[in-house]
Design a protein around this ligand. Structure first.
Ligand code: CTP
Ligand SMILES: C[C@](O)(CO)[C@H](O)COP(=O)(O)O
Length: 374
């Protein structure tokens, strides 16, 4: 094993990026951007360890994609994410990169490694060839450098440099602040950081997402409970009984959530909202669905259509079908033509036929968010 650990920072919110998918989750064919970046760098050097820093909400999902890497929960800021990851680093050197710099050329990685003894932190930079004005005054552009990642640092020095409350925007600034030494190498325009949507036009190594469709199935059953408000698909149903459950018992929304999670390979509703957690007691299931929708869009999917069947001897579903369809379409942010609601009785058979409860089965179809069209 080598003495260099690689940290890929992927815990950001992509606020400035402005697309519905986070940049780390854009699909390149079938690979999320973060995995593409990790594999590309991994193939160039035998790292001691590869650490992926993720948001808390996406950590378990990321683990589905790879067994080799170590996944660490990030923090509020880039620096906090880096600090969290550094706790897991034991090697002498650490290379830290932004997932947002997706197209780093091979030569940069190799130069960083080759020149690692030259200073406490090795940093790729670009010189500026335009005139530079700072606070209304033209300054000597020879003194201006644009700092990129990855940066390679001595682990103990970077750890020490980050024992501060000052927020630095990169590793080298923190090391400089404790009078550590910096060695600059030539950066590359290809290492441009994806910050705004328009940056996608200047980055050329990214392949378009595959046009695959992904299908998920959801199924849920709830027994009736007297003297409780019934909710079905987020709509109040006018009957003197509701559903027995830890939450509000909206069996339709629960089935829908499972279908959506199934389609993107993210487990099931209980993994996101355990029924042992008091936080979810009597919760409005629309809130749970909204959280799942946000997750699905964040991790790079779009919803194609939903088809569901409610099996109920009672109550009568027909009077509520249109309302349910409209509500689900609005919660999913899709047009109502892509939501289909079916209802059937159980022909008086079994527990549903005996009017003891209701079951809902849902099929959801997703596709990757096509960022090339933006
Ligand atoms: N709390 C944070 C914030 C940022 N990052 C990572 O730091 C890098 C640089 O951040 P930036 O490009 O600003 O990404 P975001 O923070 O996602 O973007 P924005 O500021 O627009 O929300 C990214 O790889 C990002 O994932 C991180 O790991 N943890
Ligand atoms: C670390 C960095 O990429 C160096 O240029 C940059 O400072 C990150 O800034 P951001 O605001 O966190 O994107």
């Amino acid at each position: 094993m080598s003495n260099v650990t690689l940290i890929i920072l992927c815990a950001g919110n992509s606020t400035r990026f402005g697309l519905q998918a986070k940049k780390q989750w854009l699909r390149l064919e079938n690979s999320p951007l973060w995995l593409f970046v990790a594999k590309k760098i991994q193939n160039l050097y035998n790292f001691d360890k590869i650490i992926i820093t993720s948001s808390k909400e996406e950590l378990n999902y990321m683990k589905n994609f790879n067994d080799e890497y170590e996944f660490v929960v990030g923090g509020e800021t880039r620096q906090q994410s880096m600090k969290n990851s550094l706790q897991k680093v034991e090697s002498k050197y650490v290379m830290v990169t932004d997932v947002a710099r997706a197209c780093i050329p091979k030569e940069i990685i190799l130069s960083l490694i080759e020149e690692k003894e030259k200073a406490d932190c090795i940093v790729p930079v670009l010189n500026v060839n335009d005139t530079v004005i700072y606070e209304e005054k033209t300054i000597n552009r020879e003194n201006v450098k644009l700092i990129q990642t990855p940066q390679l640092s001595k682990t103990n020095i970077l750890k020490k440099a980050l024992e501060t409350n000052i927020e630095f925007t990169d590793d080298s600034s923190a090391i400089k602040a404790i009078k550590g030494t910096i060695h600059y190498i030539q950066g590359s325009k290809e290492s441009k950081k994806l910050t705004l949507t328009s940056d996608l036009n200047e980055i050329t190594c990214l392949k378009a997402p595959s046009k695959n469709f992904f299908t998920g199935i959801g199924y849920d059953i709830h027994p009736f409970e007297e003297n409780k408000q019934m909710y079905l698909g987020g709509i109040k149903i006018d009957v003197p009984y509701g559903f027995k459950a830890h939450s509000d018992g909206d069996v339709l929304i629960h089935s829908l959530i499972d279908a959506l999670l199934g389609a993107c390979g993210a487990g099931d509703i209980g993994e996101f909202f355990p029924d042992t957690d008091n936080k979810f007691k009597n919760i409005d299931s629309k809130i749970l669905l909204e959280e799942i929708i946000k997750f699905i869009y964040n991790v790079g999917y779009e919803i194609v259509n939903i088809d569901l069947t409610i099996t109920a001897q009672q109550p009568k579903i027909n009077p509520y079908k249109i309302q349910i369809k409209n509500k689900i379409a609005s919660l999913l942010h899709i047009e109502k033509q892509f939501v289909n609601i079916k209802a059937t009785t159980a022909e008086k058979l079994g527990f549903i036929g005996r009017k003891e409860g209701v079951a809902v089965q849902t099929i959801a179809t997703l596709k990757y968010y096509d960022w090339t069209k933006k």
